[in-house]
Design a protein. Structure first.
Length: 379
């Protein structure tokens, strides 16, 4: 950075359209600003299809500098249902790359949920053609780009065999899921499902260890899943709602922490087309986020969660009893069960901390905010 800025003039604009770490983008933004050069960190999503038909673009940096390149970015961006460009000014500094990073975290989870659905359907002795029929029927109420490409993948043959069956079950990653998981810990936001999806990929890479474990650790049951397709669909829909809640909660927390003033409704809008996580659900979020920044404050969302809960509980319990790995479907209901508790067991954790480290605690019968310390050793 320090080498090539000498070739630039005051007011010039540099744009980084890669998957850069938002912290590095902020450093570059601040450094170049001191040299009177503008830096735009633009998240870009869409893959090969986005390159051909138009991507979703998430530029962050200086707003006046963005206005100068806005016509070019909007011209190449995908269009939403109202023919508006899927490109908008996100916010200051590294906010554009930040929201793209969270986009990828949500993407990790959406992919993992479909992989778990596939695992369940396969364990119910469905052929790829039968699985495709099930997923095709879901498009009416839960369609997404990732659902559509999963259907295409399941249809692909390699000679007389299914190509999917010939692909090594090691899922790679290029770092954005890792960054997202680190960031959610740094900001103190419980985006547990994104972390779980990342760790599922890490587990997949231990192929040799998994083979050894599968030969030594006996399964105590013979898979006897008898789940209805509608129950599985509703469990999938439930988990997707929790995924989007956690992802947007993380974005909103970053907005508050960094004073970015991010618009979740507008962000949802530019994710309705041109990007990997476009879906019918994302279209709904455009309207929901006009009245709240918290999905669990939406009456519409809460009503849907309450309706879907029986199915996710049934699917998860049956899979656990049949020793079928569904870490992210499971985490969706585990998270809600943890979150939907007025009085949790965290009081015991805090007491333990005070016992061994004198970390103090607050009392429920004292509203002053005062912190207490006790001598816990009764001897």
């Amino acid at each position: 950075m320090k080498i090539f800025y000498h070739f630039l003039s005051n007011g010039d604009i540099i744009m980084d359209g890669g998957n850069s770490n938002y912290k590095k983008t902020k450093e570059r933004f601040d450094y170049l600003k001191s040299k009177n050069i503008n830096f735009i960190g633009a998240g870009v999503s869409g893959g090969e299809e986005g390159a051909l038909k138009g991507p979703s673009i998430m530029p962050g940096g200086d707003k006046e500098a963005y206005k100068e390149i806005k016509p070019y970015l909007e011209a190449i961006a995908a269009k939403d249902d109202n023919n508006l460009p899927c490109c908008t000014f996100i916010g200051l500094e590294g906010s554009g790359h930040f929201v793209k990073m969270i986009h990828n975290g949500i993407e990790y989870l959406e992919m993992q949920l479909l992989a778990e659905v596939y695992t369940i359907l396969k364990n119910q002795n469905n052929t790829p053609n039968q699985i495709v029929d099930v997923l095709e029927s879901w498009k009416e109420s839960a369609n997404s780009y990732l659902l559509e490409i999963t259907i295409d993948i399941l249809r692909k043959k390699d000679g007389e065999d299914w190509l999917l069956d010939k692909i090594m079950d090691k899922a790679g990653n290029k770092g954005t899921g890792n960054w997202t998981t680190i960031t959610t810990a740094e900001l103190g936001v419980p985006s547990t499902m994104i972390a779980s999806a990342l760790f599922a990929r890490y587990i997949s890479f231990y192929k040799e260890d998994r083979i050894k474990a599968s030969n030594k650790i006996l399964k105590n049951v013979k898979s006897n899943l008898k789940l209805k397709n509608n129950d599985l669909l509703e469990a999938y829909q439930f988990a997707r709602i929790i995924n989007h809640y956690q992802g947007f909660k993380l974005i909103n927390q970053a907005s508050e922490s960094y004073n970015w003033e991010l618009n979740l409704s507008e962000l949802s809008r530019i994710w309705t087309n041109g990007c990997i996580i476009k879906s019918d659900l994302m279209v709904e979020l455009v309207t929901i986020f006009k009245t709240t920044n918290n999905l669990l404050d939406s009456d519409i969302v809460i009503k849907r969660i309450n309706a879907l809960k029986p199915s996710i509980k049934n699917v998860v319990s049956e899979c656990i009893l049949n020793e079928i790995a569904i870490s992210n479907l499971s985490e969706s209901i585990n998270f809600l069960n943890s979150f939907n508790v007025a009085n949790s067991s965290a009081n015991l954790i805090q007491a333990q901390r005070d016992y061994f480290g004198a970390h103090t605690y607050q009392r429920v019968d004292d509203n002053s905010g005062k912190y207490y310390h006790s001598n816990w050793n009764n001897n």
